[in-house]
Design a binder for this molecule. Structure first.
Ligand code: SAM
Length: 323
């Protein structure tokens, strides 16, 4: 029997208005416009995949909000009854401007990336302004997005000392913070090294020293995160530990790149070009293609588990994958 695929991450662009050093190298090239999937094409694939269990779609990038009329895609996805959860991962820089039209179009949830709460360090990491992102969060809270999650990639020696500040920030802003370990995606292009990875168990310990034992919890769409309630503070936090404690078994997630490649797993560059069949195939051909993808996904999962969850040949940079 084919394994269900419940979750698809859809990258709508490989362009970004920030330049985070671990995500997008300076010399990155962009996919030409005509190679990028159109919204109708993305919606066609999503609809066809619902036959195999797809329920959740996360829109990502690059920075998804740099693609014009993103609300049109949200509207198209909202019209697919089997899709129960539509979320967006954004750096939040222009969120204040777009949050309302996206909400009206049917967007359910937001994940917002913030790696530092210190404006100077935030600028050093991203080349953007923290206050723009905070404004985006405020506007989104008022519009009723719930929960709002904040993703913080923790890098040793850079922002690890901000863990407690992030927990307090979560409580103050009413958002759920997710701490993430830095992955070697893009290999030497992003200058990754083992020494930069902060094992999140150490962060968890530090938080427990201050607030008491964390209480295991759950959260809507929590996927790869291990989620906890923080005693004494009315907030939840989560840990995403691809390096120190992988969570690959039973993975039912696929990724669609902006140019229409299906990426089977973050840990390898194995991918299958879906664009020809989405663009020119019949419904039957698309269905056969999806079945083939599900079989390849299962084989890929087994390989990854056998390899001890290794990251191998990850040359594609994160900004062209979508996180
Ligand atoms: N621009 C959007 C944003 O900033 O959220 C969406 C795309 S971004 C690639 C998605 C997520 O991937 C962000 O939270 C980012 O911090 C994370 N990310 C990028 N490179 C990473 C890496 N090497 N290791 C871990 N997370 C990474």
């Amino acid at each position: 029997m084919l394994q269900e695929i419940t979750y698809l991450r859809v990258s709508v662009t490989d362009k970004c208005n920030l330049k985070c050093f671990y995500c997008r190298p300076d010399n990155s090239e962009f996919v030409p416009h005509e190679e990028i999937l159109r919204y109708e094409e993305i919606a066609r694939l999503v609809k066809a995949m619902t036959k195999y269990g797809l329920k959740k779609v996360r829109i990502t990038g690059g920075e998804p909000l740099v693609r014009p009329q993103l609300e049109e895609l949200v509207r198209m996805l909202r019209e697919i009854p089997e899709i129960k959860d539509i979320s967006l991962t954004t750096n939040g820089i222009t969120l204040a401007k777009h949050a309302e039209e996206l909400r009206k179009a049917g967007l359910d949830r937001l994940n917002i990336s913030i790696d530092s709460l210190k404006p100077d360090l935030f600028y050093q990491i991203t080349k953007g302004k923290l206050e723009d992102v905070l404004e985006g969060i405020k506007v989104s809270k008022e519009l009723g997005y719930d929960p709002i999650k904040v993703n913080a990639v923790i890098v040793k020696g850079l922002n690890e000392d901000e863990a407690l500040d992030f927990v307090e920030f979560g409580a103050e802003y009413g958002v759920e913070v997710r701490f993430i370990e830095m992955m070697p995606i893009g290999g030497e292009l992003i200058n990754w090294s083992e020494e930069k990875v902060k094992p999140l168990d150490e962060i968890k310990q530090k938080i427990e020293e201050k607030y008491g034992k964390l209480i295991p919890s759950i959260s809507i769409g929590s996927g790869a995160a291990r989620v906890y309630k923080v005693p004494k503070l009315n907030t939840k936090i989560g840990f995403i530990t691809p390096m120190s404690n992988p969570f690959c078994d039973g993975c039912s997630k696929l990724r669609l790149t902006a140019e229409g490649h299906i990426k089977l797993c973050l840990r390898t560059d194995e991918e299958i070009d879906a664009k020809p069949v989405i663009r020119n195939g019949t419904d039957e051909e698309l269905d056969r293609f999806i079945k083939k993808v599900l079989i390849e996904k299962e084989i890929s999962n087994q390989k990854i588990i056998k390899s001890g969850y290794a990251f191998s040949d990850c040359r594609r940079i994160m900004t062209s994958i979508g996180g």
